[in-house]
Design a protein around this ligand. Sequence first.
Ligand SMILES: *Cc1c(COP(=O)(O)O)cnc(C)c1O
Length: 357
Amino acid sequence: MINEPRVRPSISELPAYKAGKKVSGTGALAPFKLSSNENPNVPLPSVLKAIAEAAAEIHRYPDPFSTRLVEALATRFDVAPQHIGVGTGSVGVCQQLVQSTADAGDEIIFAWRSFEAYPIIAKIAGAMSVQVPLRADGGHDLDAMLAAITDRTRLIFVCTPNNPTGTIVTQEEMDHFLAKVPSHILVVVDEAYVEFNCDNSAVDGMKCFREHTNVGVLRTFSKAYGLAALRVGFFIGPENVAQAVRMTAVPFGVSSIAEAAAIASLNAEDELLTRVNELVARRAWFTDNLDELGISYLSSQANFVWLPLGQHTEHFATLCEQQAVSVRPFFGEGVRISIGEQEPLERILVLLKELDS
Ligand SMILES: *Cc1c(COP(=O)(O)O)cnc(C)c1O
């Protein structure tokens, strides 16, 4: 009898990561993807130029330490380079953080729902996911997260604005929380969408990092900076953790092209943040329309909006697909709609109006 090669049971149990779906156009309707929280703007000419220049050198390995990018980030965030670790997207950095902190059986606490990659990454590392339900308003239940801490807790992710609800943790909530988390436990503030936040009461991850010895910040170039396909993200945190993040990285994972594009993006930050502001304005326009229609949604500080459609989720996602728009359904719970181009959002508003009448 021939046996298949053995794969760790925990790997076959992994939930498949559901990447945002692409829809095909239907007849006269151009397709749009509002399912992956991507930036709808094409890259800036200055960024494309940096990419083209880096492309001429791809017969060489990239700098394994992304030294130039780390230096640019150190200047931008006013921290010593020793506090920084980069990786292949902030998902890559999440993986490095889990591998850096958790041994088999150790516990990682995060809210649920939150970023879908957390439980997958934990399981791959052999760590235990401790999922603490969100409050009814979609916010993090930090008291319950505190109560979930045990001797085995090594890492806590706080995702703000939270994917997929768009809700923020306030500075005040975070200050209370951090005052009670034992200092040997790392708290990572996942700020993948922070550039889209305009609520002044929201937590400032860098402030927490400066005030506590056990706090780090996770950022990405994929969302506000529009480099999703290039895979580059970074961590700013305690020196020993940043060092571990560098040591657990895939060797040469951040390509020379990604590094050059990230540096060019930092140099073009004002231009990019102007585009971010346009998306924030579009979010306000979209939710104003939802208000007018009397559709309930969670107040979002990210580049997406959560509609708690419950049992109607699947039907609604199908209707969107018929309009050649992909959204991100979480079956039985709700749908996450990225603030992408204006046109597909208009189609969705028409749909909602029809459903309403
Ligand atoms: C999109 C996202 C990331 C990171 O994406 P990368 O493309 O891997 O940088 C990290 N955290 C959250 C919560 C996200 O939604």
